[in-house]
Design a protein around this ligand. Structure first.
Ligand SMILES: [Zn+2]
Length: 687
């Protein structure tokens, strides 16, 4: 494929600099990435060898402007591959991952570049050059990257570091590929319709077409990422529930899709890298650049919650045992019964959120819910541009405008599950906002809402609604960014901070005035009955089950990354014992509630960027709960409150220390008591 025809080698001419997905091939990506790496190295070499006195312009600005081809290519590719992976894209990713890791090392081990950064810092210290707070922070971050990247190691250790990084990159890709294949293979085939009791005709139709897609008769129950499976809420047949549960939690433990050796090698190589760089373990290395800052701080938060959460889960288990006894006398409560009994309990005693489905039509939720909340808070409006296409024809492009009509950026919405999409939901940046480049932000919102059966409306579950609001919170962080440096734009904040704006955005889903607009019956247009709204708000209390499954996954992540190399399993056969011992030690063994992800399918930490960082969701939630309390006291979903949150916090992105944006917005450090109350643990719970 010749460069003349490669659209990735020059800036896109399409509106919003959208990648020209209609013409981009896997070969284009490969060629443009390789060209982009060479271009960037040449551009950085110029910075390193510049003999002029170091300034913000000739060091920091020039650095940010380098690598445009590479950034453009990888942003376009990453978005497409995650949401629509093909064998060609997978092959390109597998080939590029080690090359990109090596490229990153070449930059971070480049002495001349490091000296140039130090020269700028020294000039700033001497007052020879003036750096404002964004320059100062960008410089600090680049210097930190160098120190963490091994610049001070001798040559032999630097080579070892390069080898480790390249091996880690390759293993992470392999883990993900085996995992995805294993998830698809774990789907449960059902041939006897009686076993599907409890499902609606629509749900059955979806399973039927999943079976047809694989040329099977009967029905196919797909397995989602988490240990818990959505259909376990409703399936009445205990045998089928058990099959689904075992298919889910048994992933990665045997056969063609065994991930255990891969994850052990990842954990061991990470431990080795950490000690090479002078850290006690990988967790210490990872935590250093987060809001938590230390492993002790992370462990403190997790261990503070553990006993109380287990106690709540034990109370829930007691209630489920009584209910099961009434249905099937003498039966023992098993993990595959929990979700079903909890849903029954909710239906009778509180609120069965499934009843909401006819009121949660996707288009209405999007426009009159998610978009409308953003308009009420931030003044921005959304305008579909049907002539623009994303990476598949199911991806819709919306232009985002300011209150005065000027264009702010764009968001791509891609709600529905397809076999080529990764599980879960996520946001990405196709183009990062920057005053330096003048680029407007372009973000994506990718969910896994089951596609509607042909001819039917797309009715959402309540949890899918919350996910849509959540991911849109990340989108807003990207869209409302107003910073100089693209590398510090929007969501470029520590991992334990980045979930906080998205968690805050979830609260608007519950806002009664907004519910009245977006939750309307898809046939009659009737709003939700007021008593349902009350019940929904009342049902908001997190269950012990949910907090415990999260906590267990967080503790597993810490165990894999805080255990010294010599105590880690030597190969995959030690994974299950290691996992059991870690949970036991933390006091959360409680086998009725599985970790949200078991090690063998924990993509966040073994394939994604969350190693030693899965606790971040909880850390972010401390700020989330504190901010929700602030909104409650400051006009709730109002333009004035939104404006403050936008200007002091969202708009600052990662351009200065994240916790400083928080303190400026809130006027104080976050108060953990709001989270404890939310989790039912009470602010006075002993530490
Ligand atoms: Zn998130």
């Amino acid at each position: 494929m010749g460069s003349m025809t490669n659209p990735l080698l020059s800036a896109s001419e399409l509106p919003f600099a959208l990648p020209d997905y209609a013409t981009i091939t896997a070969d284009h990506v490969r060629e443009a990435a390789e060209t982009g790496m060479r271009e960037q190295l040449a551009e950085l070499e110029e910075i390193a060898t510049d003999t002029a006195p170091a300034t913000a312009e000739n060091v920091l600005h020039a650095w940010e402007l380098s690598g445009a081809t590479l950034d453009r290519t990888m942003a376009a590719f990453w978005v497409a591959r995650a949401a629509h992976s093909t064998p060609e894209r997978d092959a390109v990713w597998k080939a590029l991952s080690p090359q990109l890791a090596a490229h990153g090392d070449t930059i971070l081990l480049h002495r001349g570049l490091y000296e140039r950064l130090r020269a700028l810092a020294a000039r700033a210290d001497r007052g020879e050059v003036e750096l404002d707070e964004q320059d100062t922070y960008a410089l600090h971050r680049r210097l930190t990257d160098y120190e963490r990247g091994g610049i001070t190691l001798d040559e032999a250790d630097q080579q070892r570091l390069r080898d480790l990084n390249s091996a880690l990159a390759t293993l992470a890709v392999e883990f993900e590929q085996v995992l995805t294949a294993g998830r698809n293979a774990a789907a449960v085939h059902v041939t006897d319709e009686r076993q599907l009791a409890g499902l609606s005709p629509d749900e059955k139709a979806t399973l039927r077409s999943a079976a047809q897609d694989r040329e099977l008769d009967g029905w196919l129950v797909p397995i989602v990422n988490t240990s818990g499976q959505p259909l376990l809420d409703v399936l009445e047949d205990r045998g089928l529930r058990e099959r689904i549960y075992r298919a889910s939690v048994g992933r990665g433990l045997s056969g063609d899709h065994d991930t255990r050796d891969l994850l052990v090698r990842l954990a061991r190589l990470r431990a080795e890298r950490a000690s090479l760089l002078g850290y006690r373990d990988h967790a210490a290395y990872a935590h250093e650049i987060t809001c938590a800052q230390t492993t002790d701080a992370v462990n403190d938060l997790l261990s503070r919650l553990a006993p109380g959460v287990v106690e709540i889960a034990e109370r829930e288990a007691e209630a489920h045992r009584r209910r099961l006894e009434a249905i099937e006398p003498g039966a023992t409560l098993e993990p595959w019964d929990w979700q079903f009994l909890a849903a029954q309990d909710a239906a009778e005693n509180s609120f069965d959120t499934d009843r909401l489905k006819p009121y949660l039509e996707f288009e209405r939720v999007l426009r009159d819910g998610v978009f409308a909340a953003a308009t009420a808070l931030y003044g921005i409006t959304f305008h579909e541009r049907p002539e623009l296409v994303g990476y598949t024809d199911q991806t819709r492009v919306f232009e985002v405008r300011e209150e005065d009509g000027t264009t702010l950026g764009a968001v791509l919405i891609d709600p529905y599950t397809r076999p080529t999409k990764k599980g879960g939901a996520w946001m990405t940046s196709l183009v990062r906002q920057s005053q330096l480049t003048g680029d407007l932000p372009v973000v994506t919102n990718t969910c896994n809402v089951p596609p509607p059966a042909p001819g039917s409306p797309s009715l959402m579950t309540w949890s899918n609604v919350i996910t849509l609001f959540h991911e849109f919170g990340h989108d807003l962080h990207g869209l409302l960014s107003d910073v100089r440096y693209p590398s510090r734009s929007g969501t470029a904040v520590p991992r334990d901070f980045v979930e906080f704006p998205s968690q805050v955005n979830e609260i608007w889903a519950w806002e009664p005035s907004l519910l009245a607009r977006y939750a309307r019956h898809h046939e009659t247009g009737e709003p939700l009955p007021p008593e349902w709204v009350d019940a929904l708000v009342a049902s908001r209390q997190e269950t012990g089950y949910h907090t415990l499954e999260l906590l267990k996954a967080m503790l597993l992540d810490q165990a894999w990354h805080q255990t010294p190399l010599e105590e880690l399993p030597e190969d995959g056969s030690g994974v299950e014992a290691f996992e059991a011992a870690a949970l036991e030690r933390a006091g959360v063994a409680f086998p009725l509630v599985p970790p949200r992800y078991r090690s063998a399918y924990f993509a966040h930490i073994f394939a994604g960027g969350y190693s030693a960082g899965y606790y971040s969701y909880l850390w972010s939630e401390v700020m989330d709960a504190d901010t929700v309390a602030w909104f409650r006291d400051n006009g709730s979903m109002s333009r004035a409150a939104g404006e403050r949150f936008r200007r002091q916090l969202l708009g600052r992105g990662g351009s200065i220390e994240a916790m400083d944006t928080y303190r400026q917005f809130r006027g104080a450090d976050p108060d953990v008591s709001h989270l404890l109350t939310r989790l039912g643990l009470g602010a006075d719970e002993p530490a």
